[in-house]
Design a protein. Structure first.
Length: 587
């Protein structure tokens, strides 16, 4: 809508703008909210920006622009007001046309004019460890970003950067070998009898023993060396451990409606043969220096307490590689092999310095050129009611599957109370949709940079800016069609009649959808979409309270309002889908 409206305005005022030496494009036409409907639907802020070019008072410019816009079919009213705004009211015919266009689309989204190849790195689970609450935000936020960019026409390449290499894996293999061999000797598939929780217990035992037993620690180191050299037996065990781990991870992803699959796995192990070439590329660029036997890149913009530049070590003095080297190899792979234009990393804010340094090294080496954007999407922590990071009573990280199961159980009790007439099967299905949706939405509803306090009561509330409120709004609209035995598809092509201010307010909110999604695509902040959907649901509630639908006075008005209900329902469902949340037909 915004682009169509902007093009109409540009066409009408282009002669004026040319005379004043002003170049116009759709992005230069800024639409602001007006204080109230009496002042129009939008205010144009162009006159004050043009004043310095035209060397005229803004109000005088606004008057000339008003004259050019008056009479256009898209506006029913245009007025110039001090100090230089142009208030416009969109015509009913223009709004009806926009809504008709939206109703014909699966997603009422304007596609980007410059689609990119975008890598989104998110979730990043560790092999042999169960997902815990610390994985929640990266997984949820990253998935929304991937969905939004894909919906707008970008080619999105999801990457799950697994922690599947290095000393922790060697520890697990040292303990898991006997357990895996026992299963095989018993004629059983180890992937079917060994659980991820078993592997995690073995890792904890190995960590403890390694700290207490120097001989065992040496044994683990030897296993690591053999693994890194491609020992066949260890590689086979490694594959089994990885499969056991990821099979359970994918169960959690499926439960959460996350769009990560096995083809998106790209663990640290994937880059092990690229490390030497990566270091050589850094050396060839001329930014690598040797310091105490290690190969480093010194970045002047990052200084330590003594004021000296902090080194980014890309190869240790013993010839080994570290976390930074793996991430630099991954970044180089994404630029060169995946040919990404935009690379997005979704991790917690504690890794901000690390990614700042990695990005700076890549730029200094000339890998990014002028065309590759590197972005770190940072987020805060999930806090318990004590305002400390959420933990169990024993001080351990809360297992993600336990948290999700509790959400579903609590939602089941809520469904039982609100709609006891549903079948047991329907109650279970709704409880899963509502419970998982509540957890995800509570994470996204606030600016991702902020910490937030985890609250069951808050996230499952049926009022306020929560997933259950939005899901109920969708279910409420669906119930209108069931109650009236209305075929929504038959409404396609209905003439929209605007007879009440609440209808107009709802229409104006609907047509904001595409612009809001564009903001999320640029800023990578899902809370903008959450705020919009809450405002849309609230606008629908006001409309439904003020305007009778099934009992409207005239058949044409009834069909028009049903059509508006259907477009609202589709927009709500599309927005929730971008958030990875299912919109139920009933609750």
């Amino acid at each position: 809508m915004k682009e169509k409206l902007a093009n109409q305005i540009i066409s009408a005022v282009s002669e004026l703008a040319t005379g004043w030496g002003i170049e116009l494009n759709p992005d230069s036409i800024e639409l602001l909210a007006t204080p109230s409907p009496e002042h129009g639907d939008f205010a144009l802020n162009i006159a004050m920006k043009w004043a310095r070019f035209a060397r005229m008072a803004p109000l005088a410019i606004a008057e000339q622009v008003k004259d050019k816009l008056t009479g256009l079919a898209v506006f029913s009213r245009v007025e110039a007001v001090a100090p230089g705004y142009i208030n416009v009211t969109l015509s009913d015919e223009f709004l009806a046309g926009i809504i008709s266009e939206i109703s014909c689309l699966n997603h009422s989204l304007e596609k980007t004019h410059s689609p990119k190849r975008v890598v989104v790195d998110y979730s990043g689970v560790n092999i042999a460890k169960q997902m815990h609450v610390g994985h929640l935000r990266s997984t949820i936020i990253g998935d929304v970003i991937a969905r939004v960019l894909e919906a707008r026409g970008d080619t999105v390449i999801r990457q799950n950067h697994l922690g599947d290499w290095g000393l922790p894996i060697a520890m697990v293999l040292s303990k898991a070998k006997a357990k895996i061999e026992d299963a095989i000797n018993a004629g059983k598939n180890p992937e079917g009898v060994i659980q991820l929780s078993d592997l995690e217990a073995l890792y904890k035992a190995a960590t403890k023993e390694s700290a207490e037993n120097e001989e065992y620690a040496k044994e683990v180191h030897d296993i690591l060396v053999k693994l890194q050299n491609g020992d066949d037996e260890l590689m086979e065990l490694w594959h089994i451990v990885t499969n056991i781990s990821m099979n359970e991870v994918y169960d959690v992803y499926k439960m959460m409606n996350i769009t990560l699959h096995s083809e998106h796995e790209k663990g640290e192990s994937s880059y092990r043969d690229m490390l030497a070439d990566t270091v050589q590329s850094i050396e060839n660029s001329g930014v690598c220096e040797e310091s105490q036997g290690a190969k480093c890149v010194f970045l002047p913009k990052f200084k330590g307490k003594n004021g000296e530049p902090l080194p980014v070590i890309v190869q240790k003095s013993d010839g080994g590689f570290n976390y930074e080297t793996f991430d630099l190899a991954a970044l180089r792979y994404r630029i060169v092999d995946l040919q990404a234009d935009r690379i997005i990393y979704v991790t917690d804010a504690r890794q901000a310095l690390h990614f700042d340094q990695v990005f700076e090294v890549a730029k200094k080496c000339g890998w990014t050129g002028d065309n590759v954007s590197l972005e770190h999407v940072a987020f805060g922590a999930i806090m318990g009611e004590d305002k400390k990071p959420l933990k169990t009573r024993s001080g351990e990280n809360v297992k993600l599957v336990s948290l999700l199961n509790e959400a579903v159980d609590r939602a089941r009790m809520m469904v039982e109370e609100k709609n006891p007439n549903l079948s047991a099967e329907a109650k279970d299905a709704v409880a899963k949709i509502v419970g998982i949706g509540a957890v995800k939405y509570a994470d996204m509803v606030r600016d991702r940079n902020n910490d937030y306090v985890f609250s069951w009561d808050g996230m499952l509330a049926m009022v306020g800016n929560t997933a259950p409120y939005l899901q109920y709004a969708h279910a409420r609209i669906s119930s209108i069609f069931r109650k009236g035995d209305i075929d929504a598809a038959a409404l396609q092509g209905t003439s929209l009649l605007i007879t009440h201010a609440a209808e107009r307010a709802l229409i104006l909110k609907i047509i904001e959808f595409s612009s809001v999604v564009q903001v999320v695509a640029v800023e990578l902040r899902p809370h903008h979409l959450c705020t919009y959907l809450y405002e849309l649901a609230s606008a629908f509630s006001s409309f439904y309270d003020a305007c009778s639908v099934l009992n409207a006075d005239e058949e044409a008005i009834k069909k028009s309002r049903l059509f508006l209900c259907q477009v609202t329902r589709k927009t709500l469902a599309s927005g929730l889908d971008l958030l990875g949340i299912i919109a139920p037909e009933e609750m």
